[in-house]
Ligand binder design. Structure first.
Ligand SMILES: [Zn+2]
Length: 348
């Protein structure tokens, strides 16, 4: 089948790609899905530009893409919750159901998890895929395929807000106005934050952020988040800081805007060890949480998109046709200002 293939670092092609028989076989509890919309993730772009993320190295041609929605076109013999024609979104990580981490309820950190477009596992920038019913979620009529393809990144924000234990009326700072920063800001507001500050270097992205709700944009080239937040709170600080830039420079400042007893969630990926100010954390008795992807949040994300509690549409800034997907990745790799989420529409 025709797929978007990362041949090696900096080489993409749209070509016929043979899918292994075992990957194409429909098990009794699997569904076959025709892909509709696929989001371009920072991780897809990073594999394209660097050929690896941490320990995951692209050693053989790999199909990209893991943020997806589609239509069920075939169901396994034991599938009960989905039927042909259902509109769905898919959770891209399939854990080993018998692993120790999975049995403890932490399937996202199961070392054996198979995650789309993480070498050597193929992604879904291709016409169809086979996926377990348990990780495929039916969409209500009022959630579009484009919104549904945003559920995967949104799940990261919802998982981060859950780990942060947001309380009604909390103030939060989200560092980074990329897709993950903005879905985290939306999740923090949906979880009860009174106001969220979002910091970034890019005014165009901050402008999008400011329209999403009670959000105060902070351009870090002109002001420091700590300065703004301490001034607004008579020196107290924000209850929550979410680090979604992955920048060691940003991480070095995470406690400055934090109030006594506050919580910090580290979301941004770090390829090298980073330092943070443990003394500043100590005097605040700060609680620091780390997240890796998400677990058990897709149904919540779909429910919030359906009810209107969260609107991800303003984050989708560009859509390309599948035929144009090599170009789409070149554009994404150039990190154009003002673009948050780019998506690819699959041929229907
Ligand atoms: Zn993603």
């Amino acid at each position: 089948m025709k797929a978007l293939v990362l041949e090696e670092k900096m080489t993409l092609s749209l070509r016929d790609f043979p899918i292994d028989a075992d990957e194409a076989t429909l098990g009794p509890r699997d569904v076959r899905i025709k892909l509709h919309t696929v989001g371009i993730c920072g991780s897809d772009v990073h594999y394209y530009t660097h050929g690896k993320i941490g320990p995951f190295v692209v050693r053989a041609p790999m199909i990209l893409g893991h943020e997806a929605s589609g239509i069920v076109i075939e169901t396994g013999t034991e599938v009960t919750t989905l039927k042909e024609g259902d509109r769905v979104c898919m959770e891209p990580g399939i854990p080993d159901p018998n692993s120790r981490a999975t049995r403890l309820g932490m399937y996202n950190i199961d070392p054996a998890v198979r995650f789309w477009a993480t070498p050597p596992v193929h992604g879904i920038l291709r016409p169809t895929c086979v996926h377990p019913e348990a990780f495929t979620f039916k969409l209500p009529d009022n959630v579009s395929f484009a919104e549904a393809a945003m559920v995967e990144p949104l799940a990261v924000g919802v998982h981060a807000a859950t780990k942060a234990q947001v309380k009604p009326g909390d103030l939060a700072l989200v560092m980074g106005a990329g897709p993950i920063g903005l879905v985290t800001a939306l999740s923090a507001l949906a979880a009860g934050c009174a106001r969220v500050y979002v910091s970034d270097l890019d005014d165009a992205k901050l402008e999008i952020a400011a329209k999403l709700g009670p959000i105060t944009p902070i351009n870090v080239t002109r002001q420091s988040p700590a300065e703004v937040i301490l001034k607004d709170t008579d020196g107290w600080g924000a209850e929550l800081v979410f680090e979604a830039t992955g920048s060691p420079k940003a991480a070095a400042t995470i406690f400055e805007p934090l109030c006594p007893g506050g919580r910090v969630v580290l979301i941004g990926g770090q390829s090298e060890p980073i330092a943070y100010d443990a003394g500043a954390a100590m005097v605040r008795e700060a609680r620091v949480e780390n997240i890796f992807r998400y677990a058990h949040v897709f149904p919540r994300c779909v429910a919030m998109l359906a009810s209107g509690a969260i609107d991800v549409k303003p984050l989708i800034t560009r859509t390309f046709d599948f035929e144009d997907s090599v170009h789409a990745f070149e554009v994404a790799a150039s990190a154009p200002k003002g673009d948050v989420k780019m998506q690819i529409a699959m041929p229907q």
